[in-house]
Design a protein around this ligand. Structure first.
Ligand code: HEC
Ligand code: HEC
Ligand code: HEC
Ligand code: HEC
Length: 507
């Protein structure tokens, strides 16, 4: 049932129960205060939950057949300052008006509805009729859940062209990711990168992302070395399917050998396996990366998280691997602690993507942790909007059928989404986002140049051959951590600390 149908259904119920409500009022009003108090003594205390914006909202209701005496929200995870407005206001209003049809708190409709739903379910659980209060108890639909790909089944991979006729809207919009075609040269935009990534492929060639349509072309054109097939991980279902059929040995294959078998970029199989419309997670390492939280994460978030994450290649198996195994372990500090703990790796040493040849710092390159930034570190929108809500616009085809555009676009280029959804809270979303991006950009340069300065000081200290590793290693380790945080986009205290230590040592 879509939102409109739900709304209509509710309106009908309100109309229907109005008569009932009046009749009830008559009955209640004949009674005296004493009767009312006596009735309250017979009230039941009932609890129930309904899904809010972020997990369930649980209420405790004190009521009998005639009256709701008290409503309390006893558990919730709604957004502070938004959902909590409904948590504070709605229970009191329900009791005051003796109605579940009280106005939703503006900007917190989902939380308001969740409280109503939970109260209606609580009444129902005590054999009381919520429709007497103008509102039917909802049928709680099972939460949509992603599927996990089945491996080693010998099933044939179906490509996008195989679905072209059956799903022309999704197919055609999927092709439209070709419209976003420009690339920024990050080495020009952020000149400090050549020094900070020295000794690593990203110091040679580092272009910004563009439309999914180009991903195979772009990996083929990159100047970065990519000896092994594991570099195909986030590019094509042809390789994903190979891993799913042959096992993780496939990651160790020769990159060029696999290249000849690649027929398409990111495609239907990537997010749907062979059943378009159902979300199936086909990248198995990503299933491990979220662990038991798999069921709590929206399917669309899981689908995008398969590649928009921070990964590393396992030093021994060369398999694409993720440094976390739950939502709680994907914040930068916990991931860094994982990389720094040698017992997690076959060598017994902390993990390093490469060693800077001039400073001897064992560095980690953070990839593209969109999923971790959004759901791990925590955005106010985590649990409210999925990646698809903001990047896959709602569309309607010529026959009036609704579908999701598969042209992944910026929400800032989607005026309908902004007007219908975002402007409930954002006065000028485009400006707010641009201001935020300016702030992040400024920090990236400021801290980036500080890191570059630190790198030069360290390189000079090493070149002078005046200092022992015992003296330099603690500073190297601070520099490693500082660069990790900078790459992940975080504060620069570690960089300042390392810089003051190297200055103290070398002066
Ligand atoms: C199989 C891996 C994979 C999956 C799954 C994936 N992406 Fe991507 N995404 C990429 C790669 C690789 C690029 C960069 C492509 C290039 O530059 O050639 C990219 C680029 C992007 C960009 C930048 C596009 C531009 O025009 O600048 C956006 C936005 C994006 N992805 C969003 C999403 C969303 C939303 C989802 C989920 C619906 C998703 N991606 C799922 C791998 C993936
Ligand atoms: C990067 C991931 C991704 C890729 C690639 C992808 N889809 Fe989807 N698809 C989604 C998501 C996410 C949704 C559902 C959005 C939601 O419900 O939040 C979806 C929904 C659908 C639906 C349900 C109807 C709709 O539009 O909501 C169909 C059918 C579908 N996709 C077909 C396809 C076909 C065919 C292809 C290949 C041409 C494809 N998809 C490629 C992620 C993807
Ligand atoms: C609340 C809305 C919202 C949600 C949810 C969201 N994003 Fe975004 N995303 C944005 C905005 C806004 C931008 C900046 C776009 C711009 O600058 O035009 C952005 C930018 C991006 C980019 C960079 C595109 C580029 O051109 O480089 C990627 C990649 C991306 N998002 C992926 C994701 C993924 C993956 C998820 C889910 C884990 C996600 N987003 C969830 C709003 C959202
Ligand atoms: C219910 C209110 C509400 C709605 C609706 C809403 N936002 Fe937000 N949004 C917020 C709040 C609150 C913040 C945090 C502002 C702050 O920290 O200053 C925020 C922050 C953001 C940010 C900053 C990045 C982040 O995650 O902190 C982006 C981007 C964003 N919103 C995009 C969107 C988009 C796109 C939509 C529409 C699809 C939307 N918002 C709808 C309340 C809302």
């Amino acid at each position: 049932m879509d939102k409109k149908q739900k709304r209509e259904k509710r309106l009908n119920l309100i109309g229907m129960s109005c008569g009932l409500f009046l009749a009830l009022l008559l009955v209640i009003n004949v009674g005296t205060d004493v009767v009312a108090r006596a009735a309250s003594a017979n009230a039941q205390t009932l609890t129930a939950s309904a899904p809010g914006k972020v997990g369930d909202v649980t209420v405790e209701v004190k009521a009998d057949a005639k009256k709701i005496y008290e409503v309390k929200v006893i558990e919730h995870n709604e957004t502070e300052g938004i959902g909590t407005m409904a948590v504070d206001a709605i229970p009191g209003l329900i009791v005051e008006k003796q109605s579940l049809t009280v106005d939703a708190v503006s900007g917190a409709t989902i939380t308001s509805d969740a409280i109503r739903d939970a109260v209606a379910l609580a009444l129902q659980s005590g054999g009381l009729n919520s429709e007497a209060y103008g509102y039917a108890a909802p049928e709680i639909a099972a939460k949509p859940m992603a599927h996990k790909v089945e491996t080693g089944t010998g099933v044939k991979l179906l490509h996008a062209v195989d679905w072209k006729d059956q799903y022309p809207d999704q197919y055609n919009t999927w092709m439209m990711t070709s419209e976003s075609d420009d690339i920024d040269d990050y080495l020009e935009v952020y000149p400090m990168l050549r020094g900070l990534y020295e000794g690593y492929g990203f110091a040679i060639d580092y272009g910004s992302a563009r439309g999914h349509y180009y991903d195979v072309q772009d990996i083929e054109a990159t100047g970065r070395p990519h000896p092994l097939a594991n570099c195909w991980t986030c590019k094509t279902p042809d390789f994903t399917h190979m891993v799913n059929e042959e096992g993780i040995e496939a990651y160790k294959k020769d990159w060029t050998e696999v290249q000849s078998q690649i027929t398409e970029g990111i495609s239907c199989y990537t997010c749907h396996a062979n059943t378009p419309g159902e979300i199936t997670i086909t990248h198995t390492y990503w299933i491990d990366a979220v662990g038991d939280d798999f069921e709590n994460i929206a399917p669309a978030d899981l689908a995008c998280g398969q590649c928009h994450n921070e990964y590393y290649f396992h030093p021994e198996t060369k398999a694409t691997t993720i440094a976390h195994n739950s939502l709680a372990s994907m914040d930068p500090a916990t991931m860094l602690a994982f990389f720094n703990d040698g017992s997690n790796f076959p060598s017994g040493e902390p993990f390093a993507d490469w060693t800077n040849p001039r400073t001897g710092v064992k560095q980690i390159k953070v990839q593209h942790p969109e999923f971790e930034t959004y759901l791990g570190a925590g955005s106010p929108h985590a649990g409210t909007f999925t990646c698809a809500d903001c990047h896959m616009p709602d569309a309607v085809n010529a026959n009036g059928e609704a579908y999701h555009s598969h042209n992944l676009m910026s929400p800032l280029d989607n005026p309908e989404l902004i007007a219908n959804t975002c402007s409930a809270c954002h006065f000028d979303l485009v400006k707010e986002v641009h201001d935020l991006q300016d702030k992040v950009e400024t920090r990236t340069y400021t801290v980036g140049y500080r890191l570059e300065y630190l790198t030069e000081l360290l390189a000079q200290a090493v070149a002078s051959e005046k200092y022992t590793d015992e003296q330099l290693d603690p500073i190297r380790s601070l520099a490693r951590d500082a660069q990790f945080y900078w790459d992940f986009d975080k504060a620069d205290e570690l960089c300042a600390e390392a810089t003051s230590q190297i200055l103290a040592l070398t002066r």
